[in-house]
Design a protein around this ligand. Sequence first.
Ligand code: C2O
Length: 537
Amino acid sequence: GITRHYQLDINLQNVTRLCHTKSMVTANGQFPGPRIVAREGDNLLIRVVNHVQNNISIHWHGIRQLRSGWADGPAYITQCPIQTGQSYVYNYTIVGQRGTLWWHAHISWLRSTLYGPLIILPKRGVPYPFAKPYKEIPIIFGEWFNADTEAIINQALQTGGGPNVSDAYTLNGLSGPLYNCSAKDTFKLKVKPGKTYLLRLINAALNDELFFSIANHTLKIVEVDAVYVKPFDTEILLITPGQTTNVLLQTKPNFPNATFLMTARPYATGQGTFDNSTVEGILEYESPSNSIHSSIKKLPLFKPTLPALNDTAFAATFTSKLRSLANAQFLANVPQNVDKKFFFTVGLGTNPCPINQTCQGPSNTTMFSASVNNVSFTMPTTAILQSHFFGQSNGVYTPDFPTTPIVPFNYTGNPPNNTMVSVELVLQDTSILGAESHPLHLHGFNFYVVGQGFGNYDPNKDPAKFNLVDPVERNTVGVPSGGWVAIRFLADNPGVWFMHCHLEVHTSWGLKMAWLVLDGKLPNQNLLPPPADLPKC
Ligand code: C2O
């Protein structure tokens, strides 16, 4: 690989949507932010310069960051934020990954405006496991808030509920014709007939899982979270915040005298307030230059149909179709045996705590809280990774974090020769305030989704049904609404790794935690020392 240099200048920029102009935090003045492109094996040196009053930190969502946790980015977990007037160079090498990922601010709710695609091409000369597409197009789903982001998070924290509702969904920052004063800001995908396009879909929305479809066109899913999957065709897909999905779009062989809409709309099962609106974009065929295809003749307009807002059956069916490619070239290294098992409940509750639960975090008696194993995480004031590396104690706030709230701790097997431990984690939606899907994201690892189901996880029966052959490998998984998901991963990456719901409002309420993965026995299994310019708190 080569070394690639990027610079992100964090600046305020006036941006207008829905006839509402606001001064917002952007990178290089762009919204969505600039595209970062590299190849597998490359070293990235990305200088982030903070010219705004806010503290800044950038996360490279889905990058493994092998031994380079200092570059991961979540504020107060792996680094102190970059303060006004300061800069920090995120330095990491892309090992064993190629596909679509993304980057976003990882402090407060700044990721609502500060995000962009991170595209990893295969090594030079290495083909995709599908025919080379004619063109590659990133499409980022986002949310537009007329209000200032900081005002919104404060509302969410103080009232424990809305209004944290966005004013529009966006495709590449454009809100589309269904909103007031918005038609001129419509995403148009211009295509030629008879070609294959690779759409790199990224859900950067703050708080909503989204359905997506393009009228009268089939999407072939080929990759999720920068891992190839067994290709399959679908009319509609589901993508949670944090997830990425690559699809092949085959355009019609001849110029169709028609307009096709693409739409995205939420999948929501919870009881909170959310934006139940639709963003529309247009798939537009370029007319053949020698034709007289009329602008006079009225063109038929095709609209896709999306599932009902709370169509959990669709969600379950769709996600169960995702299987890792697991062919000779791309092996699925699924841990067949597990050294450590964890069972975590994830969900919302209200304070005061339900009986038998320990709740921490905000103590307003009427507001929501969210927790992992009944503990609501509160942010430390110094970065946990630094505290860990330098042996300080002030970054550790819940040394008594319960590993098993319901089933007893179950350690099976012998410790392996090296110190890489295979981990199984079952995430159970508590459904205390009604069933709700939570897209859980783990930093620093990909994991295999070996099982999922509805109701309570049964440790005696459910493991027999686990898929240990070709489970999908990813970094963000929807814990099914009213159900559970089981994941396995190899704890081969020393450091401190954040895990949280990628619905930003749930993260703020405390649905987050950090894993501490210790160094291995060999020097090449150790966390590298921090860079000299690592920000100080
Ligand atoms: Cu995309 Cu911790 O986040």
